[in-house]
Design a protein around this ligand. Sequence first.
Ligand code: NDP
Length: 444
Amino acid sequence: MSYVDEVLAKLKEKNASEPEFLQAAEEVLDSLRPVIDANEELYKKEALLERICEPERQVKFRVPWVDDEGNVQVNTGYRVEFNSAIGPYKGGLRLHPSVNIGIIKFLGFEQIFKNSLTSLPIGGGKGGSDFDPKGKSDREVMAFCQSFMSELYRHIGADTDVPAGDIGTGAREIGYMFGQYKKLTNKFEGVLTGKGLTYGGSLARTEATGYGLLYITNELFKDHGDSLDGKTVVISGAGNVAIYATQKAQQLGAKVVTCSDSTGWIYDPEGIDVELLKEVKEVKRERLTAYAEARPSAEYHEGRGVWQIKCDVALPCATQNELDIEDAKQLVANGCKAVCEGANMPTTLEATKYLQENDVWFIGGKAANAGGVATSALEMSQNSERLSWTFEEVDSKLQGIMANIYKNISEAAKKYGHEGDYVMGANIAGFEKVAEAMLSQGVV
Ligand code: NDP
């Protein structure tokens, strides 16, 4: 049995109740086979894969808070500090009822390689809670965030672990958490990213994941002698990533015709009105039915369905496993050329394989959505310098980082004889740097 298979078998035995983590580990380890086979003796002796798959530390804690009716509610909080070989742990906080330790571990594991790919000095971590901010009053969200931070503060710090936003954690939640951290520690420091602009946030951080996704998609098309101009794009989600992906796609001349949320989806053949979408989702926090009511060209459908729409480019920007094998078959049948992941692991393993086998250019989330964490690292730099860079400065650095990621993942795939396999390229390019750092630092 090869070293990879041995480690995968042990992982399955040990983490049987964490399917998302196993899925992420299998995807990464499987695609690293060429590198691992070439270094098998050393890596096995050092138990490198066993170490990389085991979080350095994970904390699970009680988060009690009082709702508007005066009832005490209890949620569970998590922070998984996965790997600090190349820098302080860095990764978002997810607030969603589906959150459990397996989901946080899968996200933290992916984050190690994604952060490495940005070429910035950040390790991998992730956290969150099964709290659902949807439908809660601002006071209830504040009560939850303060209670969450009352435990989390002792585990994080500007040079230790720097959390950020993710699903359900936007500027409002980060603000409440930062306020509580400052009160408890008496320190004003860059301990969270995604902060408001008046207290240390970075310009362009809000836009960064969606913009970065389009910058790398644009590089992909350029590299194939094509462009995004005039292309039809389908996007899922209607949150932070989806909104700014839509905006940048339109700026690059493409037409985005869909968006979705957890209850339904919009088909708007005239092109999504991004200002209206922002008003509905960011300001009024309403369902997508409100978009359809305000926009005569739009159709609203219950459930899921964006991948049925004929397109040149598909950008899943909502959540994990939202694009399955049937969706992949539909995309291929409709002549889709490229799928680039804005969300984390939105495409199932089976669907990814099918797309790749059918010559769809596929860039996984580790590379394609790395613009968010890269800009978070730029926010950390600005906080350390106590300076604020202009929007243009940050945006231009982001473009450079995404172009560099594209170059690195293409070259890594080519070097190991798998040209055009950007999933393998991303895993290899991300892994090599972390592996070298871990080996240099000894058995810790
Ligand atoms: P938001 O909370 O802003 O938006 C998430 C969107 O996805 C919403 O439209 C939401 O609908 C929808 N959604 C969430 N869960 C489900 C579900 N189970 N089924 C269907 N739809 C769902 O999150 P972000 O835009 O920040 O994050 C989207 C994805 O991108 C996540 O995978 C995240 O990990 C990833 N990501 C985000 C980064 C960032 O900088 N924000 C950076 C890198 C990756 P509804 O409103 O109805 O819940």
